[in-house]
Design a protein around this ligand. Structure first.
Ligand code: ZN
Length: 428
């Protein structure tokens, strides 16, 4: 596989000139307040191949702001989206629980919105077709939109019609001209990655039929803060949403959120349901009113709530390092499990390299044989664990911890234990 993603990230990055001149990507107010500062970090998906180990590696600030006007928590676009997403290493299909989640979603949508062979389902950031394949099985027409060329190619080979474009208010009319008009538009974990939020939501409105439905899933900022998930912050995620702020963004473009579900995925996500504001066939439900109220009561309309978050993040760093220092002093070995983006944020922020974690393993062959960005911890295939027999397995994708602990029960044979760093360091 070509290394264009790596090379582009190294050579063709665009950084903003003046940190102080940043404005909110939704409401354009000046950004003056820090949510959390995770220091300098490399792009979390730029895994380093062996022959680049001695090369210069770019690090960018991982400094997150909160807008005092609309409370959108956000990173500056330190690296442009086209640099990040042209060749993306993450293939959703490698996780069993994520596939089960996708399948369940398609059953739910088909029943609730009476989708059939005359409908059209469009997925934004459709990845390798992991989700749309289940609509195809039900004979419901689909279109995937996926900007990463190598990932889109995999979908096309599986028989999922896929367009390789960045979705926005300018590309949506082109799809419409080609005859696409959607009964259902879905986007899972894409909203955070959109540099121009307003243009993206405008595009959704353009492509949606009069009585069509939009569902968007994104990690819930309230969960991120409650459960201390600071490691889900990375350069590839420009924005972090509360329900209240997401609602403002859709309202601004003439859309109404009429339902919301709270899901356990990615440590706690929201699935919002949107429609055209003038489509009164779907009234605003109880769950919308309930969540709006809970967020208001939890202080999500007060700047202070956001500004307090950094204290708990710093304490987490101290407790993780405390554990690792103690383990190493006792002569214990520690292996990682997984090589997710979130792991790279955590390891770089805490300054954990092979001095603490000997290696990590990952089921994704694209990552095996490479090294974690910044920390240069080597990535092997999971069978390395059985050969090396480490004392501790440090689980980096903690959102899959149950699945991983289940798969790795054999480490109990030599008395090893699992370490789960988030929300609070836990040894099991
Ligand atoms: Zn704002």
């Amino acid at each position: 596989m070509k290394e264009t993603y790596q090379e582009e990230a190294l050579m063709d990055v665009q950084t903003k000139k003046e940190d102080s001149g940043s404005i909110c990507r939704f409401c354009s107010a000046p950004l003056k307040h820090t949510f959390v500062d995770l220091g300098m970090s490399p792009l979390c998906e730029s895994y380093v191949p062996q022959d680049k180990l001695n090369s210069m590696e770019p690090f960018y600030p991982l400094k997150v702001y909160v807008c005092e006007k609309c409370f959108l928590v956000q990173l500056d676009e330190y690296v442009s989206a086209s640099d990040i997403f042209t060749e993306y290493a993450y293939f959703s299909s490698y996780s069993d629980s994520w596939l089960a989640h996708a399948k369940k979603y398609t059953d739910l949508m088909q029943q609730r919105f009476k989708l059939n062979e005359k409908s059209m389902v469009v997925e934004l950031a459709s990845n390798d077709g992991y989700l749309l394949q289940y609509f195809v099985e039900k004979n419901i027409p689909v279109l995937g939109v996926e900007p990463a060329i190598n990932v889109a190619q995999v979908a096309i080979e599986k028989g999922i019609p896929t367009k390789t474009i960045f979705f926005n208010e300018f590309t949506a009319p082109q799809l419409k001209d080609e005859g696409f008009s959607a009964n259902l538009i879905l986007g899972n974990n894409v909203l955070a990655q959109v540099p121009d939020l307003n243009s993206f939501v405008k595009g959704i409105k353009i492509l949606l039929k009069l009585q069509g439905v939009v569902t968007i899933e994104f990690p819930h900022l309230m969960k991120l803060m409650d459960e201390n998930q600071f490691d889900t912050i990375y350069h590839e995620h420009f924005s972090y949403f509360s329900f209240i702020t997401a609602e403002k963004i859709f309202t601004e473009q003439g859309m109404t959120l009429f339902d919301v579900e709270e899901l356990p995925t990615h440590g706690g996500s929201l699935r919002i349901y949107a429609r055209h504001s003038d489509d009164d066939s779907k009234p605003v439900g109880e769950r919308v009113l309930g969540l709006r109220k809970r967020e208001r009561e939890a202080g999500f309309l007060q700047l202070e709530t956001y500004e307090n978050f950094k204290n708990q993040v710093e304490e987490t760093k101290r407790s993780i390092l405390e554990f690792l220092i103690q383990a190493k002093r006792e002569g214990k070995t520690v292996a990682g499990y997984g090589a997710p983006g979130k792991g790279n944020t955590l390891l770089n922020y805490c300054g954990i390299r092979t001095d603490f974690i000997d290696f990590t393993v990952d089921r994704n062959p694209y990552k095996q044989g490479k090294y974690l960005p910044g920390t240069h911890i080597p990535i092997y295939s999971p069978d390395k664990i059985g050969k090396f027999k480490p004392d501790y397995i440090f689980i980096l994708p903690w959102n899959f911890k149950d699945e991983i602990i289940n798969q790795l029960q054999y480490i109990r044979n030599w008395g090893a234990q699992f370490v789960i760093p988030i929300p609070k360091l836990q040894i099991v």
